[in-house]
Ligand binder design. Structure first.
Ligand SMILES: NC(=O)c1ccc[n+]([C@@H]2O[C@H](COP(=O)([O-])OP(=O)(O)OC[C@H]3O[C@@H](n4cnc5c(N)ncnc54)[C@H](OP(=O)(O)O)[C@@H]3O)[C@@H](O)[C@H]2O)c1
Length: 280
């Protein structure tokens, strides 16, 4: 049965590719973006299966209006893709409180806004699937990624809990954890760098910036293939809680599982020993 998708950040990158893949699969798509014209430039004019809408995810009222327009046009939202996001790169001490607020406003509070807006219609329909774009940055910390990782770890904890809250309504939640994918993510149009410069971080800052520049355009992940994988997952009766996308993400997940197990075993007895004695 064909589905109706509601996608954030569909002006470019993964969001646009997911919208295009869903349209190719014969589904209906509500494609949203900060600039509605940019969505239409990328995906074409509205049609009987495409509705483009303006949506800055930090704006709850706009999210509610977009969801209302989507339900009015297509009757339901079957698949919500919380995709909009960007990376703030910089050491924590070089990042300002405004950097923190902006990073959380889009990657976390924006995702909350859109989810809050969409859930009443999905719950009423007693079906649906929420895809939340996390990252390998949601399963392991990286130096100079403290804020970005903090937002993606927040998305992980939120999604794992939300999945349990929504399961009785037949709504699935899946975390998408991509490694590096060849989108605009690493370009100056998307990435934001911390502005402050503390001498102690000079060497590592220079190395980190050079490394980001070198990696841009050479990422192993193909966004079109990831978009098609989401369409496949949207048709699964029992979709995964987590989907590591790309070989780098799969090996990052393997390494995380192994390091958690090693550390757990190393400190197991001391940890268990912090309970009251049995029967106390
Ligand atoms: N590409 C990767 O390597 C990678 C890896 C792991 C996770 N991810 C995650 O995948 C998602 C998509 O990233 P991408 O690679 O497609 O990046 P991208 O090419 O830079 O596209 C980002 C999209 O998010 C939109 N956006 C940003 N802030 C927004 C806001 N406040 N409200 C509405 N839309 C907003 C952008 O809209 P504008 O055009 O208006 O700026 C754009 O459509 C992000 O959540 C990112 O963290 C990406």
């Amino acid at each position: 049965m064909s589905k109706t998708w509601f996608i954030t950040g569909a002006t470019r990158g993964l969001g646009a590719d997911i919208a295009a893949a869903a349209l190719r699969a014969g589904d209906r798509v509500v494609a949203t973006g900060r600039q509605r014209a940019a969505v239409s430039d990328r995906l074409g004019p509205d049609s009987d299966r495409l509705l483009s809408l303006s949506l800055e995810v930090g704006d709850l009222e706009q999210a509610q209006a977009a969801v209302a327009a989507a339900v009015e046009r297509f009757g339901a939202i079957d698949v919500l893709v919380n995709n909009a996001g960007y990376g703030h790169i910089g050491f924590f001490e070089e990042s300002s409180p405004a950097d923190i607020e902006a990073q959380f406003a889009t990657n976390v509070f924006g995702l909350f806004n859109v989810t809050r807006a969409a859930l009443p219609a999905m719950r009423a329909a007693r079906r649906g699937h929420v895809f939340n774009l996390s990252s390998t940055a949601g399963i392991r910390g990286i130096a100079a990624g403290s804020l970005y990782c903090a937002t993606k770890f927040a998305v992980e904890g939120f999604s794992e809990s939300l999945a349990q809250e929504l399961a009785p309504f037949g709504i699935h939640v899946t975390l998408i954890e991509p490694g590096p994918f060849r989108t605009d993510f690493l370009t100056p149009e998307s990435l934001r760098f911390a502005a402050a410069e503390l001498t102690d971080y000079d060497v590592r800052r220079a190395e980190m910036r050079a490394s980001f520049e070198q990696r841009n355009g050479k990422q192993a992940g193909d966004p079109v293939r990831l978009a098609e994988a989401l369409v496949t997952l949207s048709r699964e009766a029992a979709p995964p809680m987590r989907f590591a996308a790309g070989a780098m993400a799969v090996s990052a997940m393997d390494a995380k599982v192994a390091s958690l197990k090693t550390e757990l075993d190393r400190w197991r007895e001391l940890g268990i020993g912090t309970d009251f004695p049995a029967g106390a």
